[in-house]
Design a protein around this ligand. Structure first.
Ligand code: GA4
Length: 331
């Protein structure tokens, strides 16, 4: 399916995926980010300021790893909780058409180094590259969260960024690899008679954390679901990041922000697709509850308070597509 230049919403208004230009003034960006989080739970970020070198280095390390023979890659698995995974997602039977690496992305840096020893022949370089990338996207995440704090007129504009800036933050880095396909004559014939690619690479879900910062190479795959359930392909743009609101943010804003459901279609290109996601999460013992500032005097809290550890446990006991936040509904 080609990427649309505009999306028609329930309001029958044609709108594009919101694009935020971080080189614009804070007043403009904070307002547009808040609107995007309310309407889509998703936006594209340009002029983000993260070092191109850090991005290129991690992408190159990723490709080096996934090009290794299967037996070598499996030595870095299973992804429990960190390491290499192939096809199997989580531990409740979800499957996808991909390979991936799950990496710790919080201090101390030694935890990244430990995970790297089975991934790279040069673990010091690998862990350095991961750390540089994580520093860049974590700072970017904090900048976005501060802008949101401002856009919502919160007395403490750092209330969200403090969650992922904490040294005990439970944030995770994920590299997904969708191998390229050989377009044989037969396959070309069959894609001509069935031009749409309906195979799923990574099934639909929302991310459990606060927010996700995603970057992918120039290959199609990502789709987001609008609130009316229509799937919209997202045009790949390797120079940009995409930001996804997670379940924790939905709970803290008492449902004002929506955690966006998204999926990746199986790769239909001859080139591999690689996406890198930073999942910004609070420390395990953090209590999550709707902020009082997010409620008008007669509003009820939609969610019961929970710790991030409780939420994570619930998430890992369910299937990928399940609506985890429903377990914590107040009524
Ligand atoms: C979705 C977001 C992240 O990729 C992830 C995923 C995790 C996993 O792959 O191990 C989960 C999934 C994700 C949510 C439900 C559970 C846990 C797979 C799964 C079936 C790393 C995460 O934090 O939650």
């Amino acid at each position: 399916m080609p990427c649309p230049t505009s999306i028609r919403t329930k309001k029958t208004r044609a709108v594009g995926i919101p694009t935020i230009d971080l080189s614009q003034s804070k007043a403009i960006t904070s307002k547009s980010i808040v609107e995007a989080c309310q309407d889509f739970g998703f936006f594209k970020l340009i002029n983000h300021g993260v070092s191109h070198h850090a991005i290129a280095q991690l992408e190159s390390q990723g490709f080096d790893f996934f090009q290794k023979p299967s037996s070598e890659k499996h030595r870095a698995g299973p992804a429990n909780p960190f390491g290499y995974g192939c096809k199997s997602i989580g531990s409740n039977g979800d499957m996808g058409d991909l390979e991936y690496l799950l990496l710790p992305s919080h201090d101390p840096a030694t935890s990244i180094l430990q995970s790297s020893t089975s991934i790279s022949n040069d673990p010091l370089t690998f862990s350095h590259v991961v750390n540089e990338y994580v520093k860049g996207v974590r700072d970017l995440g904090c900048e976005i969260l501060d802008l949101i704090g401002e856009g919502l007129w919160l007395p403490n504009k750092s209330v969200f960024s403090n969650l992922i800036r904490d040294v005990h933050s439970d944030s995770v880095l994920r590299i997904n690899y969708y191998p390229g396909v050989q377009h044989t004559e037969n396959r070309e014939l069959s894609t001509k008679s069935h031009p749409s690619n309906n195979r799923i690479g990574f099934g639909e879900h929302s991310d459990p954390q606060v927010l996700t910062i995603l970057r992918a190479n120039d290959v199609d795959g990502l789709q987001i679901s609008l609130q009316d359930g229509i799937w919209v392909p997202v045009c790949p743009d390797p120079s940009a990041f995409y930001v996804l609101i997670g379940d924790v943010f939905q709970a803290m804003t008492n449902g004002r922000f929506v955690s966006v459901r998204h999926r990746a279609m199986a790769n239909n290109s001859k080139n591999p697709r690689m996406s890198i996601m930073y999942f910004g999460a609070p420390p395990l013992n953090t209590w999550i509850a709707p902020l009082s500032e997010m409620m008008l005097p007669n509003d009820k809290s939609l969610y019961k308070p929970f710790t991030w550890a409780q939420y994570k446990k619930a998430a890992y006991s369910l299937r990928l597509a399940d609506s985890r936040l429903d377990l914590f509904k107040a009524f």
